[in-house]
Design a protein around this ligand. Structure first.
Ligand code: C2E
Ligand code: SIN
Ligand code: SIN
Ligand code: SIN
Ligand code: FE
Length: 516
């Protein structure tokens, strides 16, 4: 088939192709009698189905709004100009320009935030009714030098009595609206309103789910704290090892909720060690056969401690019970082999051993990464599942980044459940550089993390992804608490002269984060 004969709508030129493309997609499935003429009914139906398609798809909120705007503008019978904007309302009765198409740059500036009651879109929001103006008159509060004459529709987007936003579509100057057009605008307003409402409800649900997850992580943190009172290294091991587990789980392609689950559950893998007497647990030399037998009860003790129906407890229990099983069936406590060992157990056994080998233990020195990796590869097919070893090798660079982070942190706090390592940001805004260093390694590291957080924050705000904003804010809150407390302790210890003033700064910072 040649491409000309597939061209669905004759009039199209320039950027008005969003609908055409979608219409074309559908035309392959639905035969149309006349190839050259597309009826208004057909076009309307195609537009509605395209909008439905967009709203049910993934994409970011802003991208979806942009696509919807493109589709609406490309409905040819509507006779709207190749221009438009969608505003989203905030809680202070302001409309925030969220997407626009072909607006004059001056207008984009002037309309970035429009009070209810101001200009046409603000008036539509205030009056809660669709406003049409065929030309620019005195109601048009916002104007600029050289503004072309035009008319527009301002359609408020409503949830019952609550204004969610507005959409503005342009028409030619002195345009006379007809009945179908008005009807379409009403439908469009209803469709967009329910889309925005859905999105915001979904975001709210995700944020509260995230809160819940944080609360659970806090609970885990307390439980882990109970198990690590005996030695400080165990605490760091637990945190680092669960980060490794997360990375390996991601590498294996687990679903995000499973990745989050293993990250939350892995810290409890050695909880059973609370039941092991100190003279065995903290022994500096090799264990005797008898002591080893005692030690090898820690998975079962952990399993006993972690009883419960909650998915987090179930995952933790599974990991506690199976992280010393071996692929060849020679592990303990049950001697399970192969895929009889739950996946989380197989993941945790590998990262647990890697961390134990590369760390100092009361009974051994730290091995080099090379030596540890060599050991792990040798154990492929005996201790470990071969697929697991391969995946571990692939994500080793990421693992080493985390290891380096904890090495630099020394014994200082990095909370369980806080992804306190530097996440990649797409555009660095505030570049960390050595001139910002204080010279105390862990202080600098924490500051560097803060800078990275600020970058992430800026980036997610730009893309207006509510869930990510909330998540980054939570990270920032947790971070600030830890960092400020530690820094204050340090300053008090060394008698830092600006101590009081600096504490005040921290307070102000914390307050502004909570308000945000
Ligand atoms: P852990 O120290 O966290 O070690 C976890 C696992 O890492 C060990 O499980 C073992 O598979 C691996 N691993 C650790 N160090 C070495 C090593 O030097 N060589 C090799 N090849 N593998 C190593 P495992 O053996 O079942 O031990 C479980 C726990 O029992 C250990 O947890 C540790 O708390 C304790 N433990 C094991 N061996 C000794 C020992 O000789 N002395 C003392 N004091 N404790 C030991
Ligand atoms: C608005 O009502 O603020 C938009 C005015 C315009 O786009 O011309
Ligand atoms: C920060 O950089 O952590 C905020 C101000 C300070 O504590 O230095
Ligand atoms: C800091 O991290 O800012 C100070 C560390 C400490 O006193 O523990
Ligand atoms: Fe263990």
């Amino acid at each position: 088939m040649n491409s000309d004969s597939k061209e669905p709508i004759a009039r199209t030129s320039g950027p008005r192709h969003a609908l055409d493309r979608r219409v074309e997609d559908r035309r392959t499935a639905i035969p149309v009698a006349d190839e050259t003429e597309v009826s208004p009914e057909w076009e309307t139906r195609a537009a509605i189905s395209a909008i439905l398609d967009i709203t049910l798809g993934h994409g970011s909120f802003r991208d979806q709004l942009r696509e919807i705007l493109d589709v609406v503008i490309s409905v040819s019978w509507l006779k709207v100009a190749d221009q438009g904007a969608i505003f989203v309302a905030n809680s202070r009765n302001e409309l925030i320009l969220t997407v626009e198409h072909n607006l004059a740059p001056q207008l984009v500036d002037l309309c970035s935030k429009v009070r209810f009651g101001q200009c046409l879109c603000g008036k539509a929001a205030e009056r809660k009714e669709i406003l049409f103006k065929g030309c620019v008159d005195s109601d048009h509060d916002i104007s600029f030098e050289g503004m072309q004459p035009h008319g527009h529709y301002s359609i408020p987007l409503m949830d019952h009595d609550n204004v969610l936003g507005a959409i503005v579509l342009y028409t030619a100057d002195c345009h006379e609206p007809h009945q179908e057009e008005k009807y379409f605008m009403e439908l469009l307003g209803l469709t967009l309103s329910s889309f925005i409402l859905n999105r915001s409800l979904k975001c709210r649900a995700e944020v509260s789910k995230m809160r819940l997850q944080r609360a659970q992580e806090e609970m885990v943190q307390k439980l882990v704290a109970a198990s690590e009172f005996k030695d400080k290294d165990t605490g760091t091991h637990i945190r680092r090892m669960s980060q490794f587990a997360r990375v390996l789980a991601e590498e294996l392609g687990l679903e995000p909720d499973q990745v989050a689950l293993i990250e939350s559950a892995a810290p409890m893998h050695d909880v059973g060690k609370v039941g092991i007497p100190d003279d065995v647990l903290l022994k500096t030399g090799r264990l005797t056969a008898e002591e080893l037998a005692i030690m090898q009860q820690h998975p079962v003790i952990g399993g006993e401690l972690l009883k419960g129906d909650h998915p987090l407890l179930q995952a933790s229990r599974e990991i506690a019970l199976t992280h010393h099983e071996r692929w060849d069936g020679k592990g303990y406590p049950k001697g399970l082999a192969g895929t009889d060992i739950p996946l989380f157990g197989r993941i945790c056994s590998l990262v647990d051993v890697f961390d134990a080998l590369t760390s100092v233990r009361p009974y051994k020195e730290a091995w080099s990464v090379e030596r540890a990796l060599g050991h792990i590869k040798d154990e492929s097919g005996s201790s470990f599942e071969p697929r697991m070893v391969k995946a571990f090798e692939s994500c080793l660079p990421e693992i080493l980044k985390i290891k380096e982070f904890y090495d630099r942190l020394g014994g200082h706090n990095a909370p369980v459940g806080t992804r306190m390592h530097l996440l990649p940001v797409e555009q660095e805004y505030f570049q960390w550089n050595s001139s910002l260093e204080v010279g105390v390694d862990f202080v600098d590291l924490q500051h560097e993390y803060l800078v990275n957080l600020i970058d992430r924050m800026r980036w997610v705000v730009i893309r207006s992804e509510t869930v990510e904003v909330a998540e980054t804010l939570l990270d920032m809150n947790v971070y600030a608490e830890i960092h400020f407390r530690e820094e204050e302790e340090l300053m008090r210890d060394v008698g830092y002269p600006g101590f009081e003033a600096h504490c005040k700064q921290h307070e102000v910072f914390m307050q502004s984060v909570s308000t945000f």
